[in-house]
Design a protein around this ligand. Structure first.
Ligand code: ATP
Ligand code: LTN
Length: 328
């Protein structure tokens, strides 16, 4: 079976972009591949956090992922900091990544521009930790949204360089980007991606939102004034975003869907209905999981044990190929 790895940061409430662009595809892949899914809490430390915040968000995110359908029995679901090999391999990979490569990363440019007074070195070297996450599991496929393509390409470059320097060690992974909803846009500013860190949440559908609020946000989505339903992300970003969301929910091609509508109102209503039906069962399952946090903690501990069975030998392979003196 194909080894699949992906990660998600415990930095804010999950939104529809995370669900359609990433998490839903993980759930789909979990029974036909060997899935390893990681809550990347160390990545969350790259921007300022209050004491205790990352830990509680980590547990919450695990519950949300399980409510979305990730089955800890069928996959490996674990927390990055529980498997120390991630941080250790990240250091080794930093030493095989150039300053120039990291300096070209658009996520670093975007995120550092948003920090007012402190840009951590970790924010800059973040992609080396991400490369470690992926390479530690001999990963073949990495299901992510479009915004992560550049990081996966860097991971391949670093793996290739390491292999050339020290001998065949790492498998080169491929990004797997979904055909629809790879980039869900903000409903109020449809030229920006839907994001946890947007200034206002009017354009963001949060998985935990009251469903009446969800429907209202979709019906109030910004479109344009010509009232023509057409799939054209460049000229009609708002309308195309709704078509993309509806298509991702129903499994239809957004371009074909456009033919069925000649007004914005019905498109907005149908999109709201589709999103509400997608979220309703997730919210119900989440309420059950929240009632017993011990169940999630136990699943995460078992997940970390499973993860170590792969990560420990892969890190050893890397240190042996480098030729670090064995400690016995
Ligand atoms: P933010 O939403 O604050 O920018 P992020 O991009 O760091 O957060 P993560 O939680 O790290 O979000 O991302 C988890 C997954 O969700 C990644 O695979 C990412 O590509 C995907 N993703 C995030 N935003 C979107 C979006 N608007 N559309 C599609 N996929 C997305
Ligand atoms: N950088 C990613 C999160 C992430 C990730 C990973 C994704 C960290 N490690 C490994 C895929 C594989 C983000 O910001 N969305």
């Amino acid at each position: 079976m194909t080894r699949v790895f992906s990660g998600i940061q415990p930095t804010g409430d999950l939104h529809l972009g995370n669900l359609l662009g990433a998490v839903r595809n993980w759930v789909e892949m979990q029974h036909r591949s060997e899935g390893v899914f990681c809550i990347v809490d160390l990545h969350a430390l790259t921007v300022a956090t209050a004491p205790g915040e990352v830990g509680s968000r980590t547990l919450e995110l695990a519950q949300v992922l399980m409510a979305c359908g990730l089955d800890p029995e069928a996959t490996t679901l674990f927390v990055q900091s529980h498997v120390h090999e991630h941080a250790e391999l990240a250091w080794i990979l930093q030493c095989n990544t150039s300053f120039g490569e990291l300096n070209r990363m658009t996520q670093f440019k975007d995120k550092s521009a948003r920090q007012r007074d402190f840009i951590s070195a970790g924010l800059f070297t973040y992609p080396a930790l991400q490369a470690a996450d992926i390479l530690l599991y001999d990963t073949e496929e990495v299901p992510v949204g479009e915004d992560q393509r550049q990081h996966i390409e860097l991971t391949r470059d670093v793996a290739e360089r390491f292999n050339a320097r020290f001998g065949e060690t790492f498998i080169l992974p491929e990004a797997v980007i979904p055909p629809t909803a790879a980039r869900v846009m903000d409903l109020q500013n449809p030229t920006d991606k839907m994001s946890k860190s947007a200034e206002s949440d009017a354009g963001t559908i949060l998985l935990g939102d009251d469903l009446a609020v969800t429907a209202k946000k979709l019906r109030r989505a910004v479109t344009d004034s010509d009232n023509e339903v057409r799939w054209d992300p460049a000229a009609k970003p708002g309308v195309s975003n709704l078509l993309g969301i509806l298509g991702a929910c129903t499994g239809d091609d957004p371009e074909a869907l456009a033919e069925r509508y000649d007004q914005y109102g019905p498109l907005k209503n149908d999109t709201a209905e589709a999103v509400v039906s997608l979220l309703e069962p997730i919210q119900q399952r989440l309420a059950e999981l929240r009632a017993d946090p011990g169940e999630t903690s136990r699943a995460l501990a078992a997940g970390a044990d499973k993860a170590r069975t792969v990560a420990v030998p892969v890190l050893r392979r890397a240190t042996e190929h480098i030729g670090l003196l064995s400690g016995g």
